[in-house]
Each structure stands twice: as C-alpha cells, then as structure tokens.
Design a protein around this ligand. Structure first.
Ligand code: ADP
Ligand code: MG
Length: 242
C-alpha cells in the first residue's frame, strides 16, 4: 500500500527553483533514506511532504488525501506525520514530560493522567524514562533528540520524517539516536530519513534516494546505490562521503 506519494512536486523560493518536479512513492512500513550534497533540496523536499512549506506545483498525497487540495484539512493530515529536526526544537520552558504531552493533550483531548502514561511509555521506548521531570537545557544532545523522537511519536503518527537527526550531535551520541530510529523501523514505522550516516542507510534503508540540484537523480536499494551506482553524480558524491 502506498502511504505517501509526491507527483511532480515543485518548490521555488522567489526565482530560485529548489525542487524541480519530484516523483516519489513510499510504501507503508518502508524506510527511505535521502542522501545528497548540501543545498540539493533535501530539507525542502521533507518540509513539503507535510506542508511546512507551501508547494509551488505538483501534489503531495498521503493515504489517498491530496494535501495540496485547498479543501483538505491540513492539520488533520499533518497530525499523522511526525517530524524530527537536526536542532531538536524542544520547548525550553517545558519539562520533558510537558514537551511530550502538550500536543496530544491539546489536539487529541486526552486527560492529564492518560497523557503522562503515554509519555512514560514513549520515554521508556527511547530509554529516557528517568528524565521525565528534567528540562531540555540539562540534557545532552543525544538525550534531547531521543526526547524529540518520543514527542513526535506522541501524536501516534504513521509516517515519521527525520531531517539530519544526528548532524548536530557529538560523535559519541550518534549511536543512541540511530538505535532509537532502528527500533522504530523494526516496529514497522514508515520513515523518510535525510542523513549523512551511510552505515544507517546501508543497514536500514529499503531504498535510497540520491538528490542533486533539486532532482531525484537515482533511486535504488542500498546494494544498488552503494555498490553499483549508475549515475556519475551519484558516484562522485559517494566517492566524497564514503
Ligand atoms: P539541503 O537540505 O539539501 O541542504 P535545502 O532544502 O535546505 O537543501 O535548500 C535547498 C536550496 O533552497 C538552497 O539553495 C537553499 O539556500 C534554498 N532555500 C531553502 N530554504 C529557503 C528559504 N526559506 N528561502 C530561500 N531559499 C531557501
Ligand atoms: Mg538540509
């Protein structure tokens, strides 16, 4: 079953055409990793998938709902798509517990105790159950990012978007965040992940997309992309990062 689809997705900022007509189909439970040089449009592509950016042309379809249709209730669809950013974006003035319960309490109308029970389950799943009362400023980068993952999961999304979730972390903290993501993938979450962690891509991706200059240059399995890249631009990029 196709979970998320983009059709000829285009995005411009003023005169700058950043996405030049991208076609992608992501199946339920699939892990798709997006790689490519800085400035190639990876973040913009992810942000268009949940309409954090207004698209300039083409379509984004999630579960047969056209998000780009003006009649669509975007907020409802967006609740189904969790996002994790490079810079964590936790609310600094809220405890870990409140960071996680804020959205489900406001949007799903659940009680305080139900919210806290849910938050504790999610914190356990990312190994952060003893930090429920802590504030973000007291956490390491890896801990913040695991809380950010738990927070995104609190709305019970069925697609998760990750934009370079480990790029702001000290090297020793990368593993704990990738570990939480692997667990989620193994549980069957549909995931679209922009990352420079080629080990994660090789091990966890069902398919890898190589993007350059606002286009999907090549899509394939990790075996195809890493061992037999067909496009010269893909080969050049991999030569630099591997
Ligand atoms: P990547 O994530 O692959 O590094 P981005 O999607 O962040 O690439 O950016 C692609 C291009 O779009 C870059 O040239 C960037 O400067 C430009 N861009 C991104 N966001 C904006 C914006 N809000 N306004 C203007 N230009 C932008
Ligand atoms: Mg980016």
């Amino acid at each position: 079953m196709i979970k998320l689809k983009t059709e000829q997705l285009k995005k411009s900022f003023g005169n700058l055409e950043v996405l030049k007509g991208l076609d992608l189909e992501v199946k339920e439970g699939e892990v798709v990793v997006i790689i490519g040089p800085s400035g190639s449009g990876k973040s913009t592509f992810l942000r268009c998938m949940n309409l954090l950016e207004e698209v300039s042309g083409g379509k984004v379809i999630v579960d047969d709902h056209d998000l780009t249709d003006p009649a669509q209730n975007i907020n409802k669809v967006r609740e189904n798509i969790g996002m994790v950013f490079q810079q964590f974006n936790l609310f600094p003035h809220l405890s870990v517990m409140d960071n996680i319960t804020l959205a489900p309490r406001q949007l799903l109308n659940i009680s305080k105790s139900e919210g806290e029970k849910l938050a504790m389950e999610l914190l356990e799943s990312v190994g952060m159950e003893d930090k429920a009362d802590a504030y973000p400023s007291s956490l390491s980068g890896g801990q913040k990012q695991r809380v950010a993952i738990a927070r995104a999961l609190a709305m019970d999304p069925d697609i998760m978007l990750f934009d370079e979730p480990t790029s702001a972390l000290d090297p020793e903290m990368v593993g704990e965040v990738l570990g939480a993501m692997k667990k989620l993938a193994q549980e069957g979450m549909t995931m679209i992940v922009v990352t420079h962690e080629m080990g994660f891509a090789r091990e966890m991706a069902d398919r890898i997309i190589f993007m350059d200059e606002g286009q999907i240059v090549e899509i394939g399995t990790p075996e195809q992309i890493f061992n037999h890249p067909e496009n010269e631009r893909t080969r050049d990029f991999l030569d630099k990062v591997l």
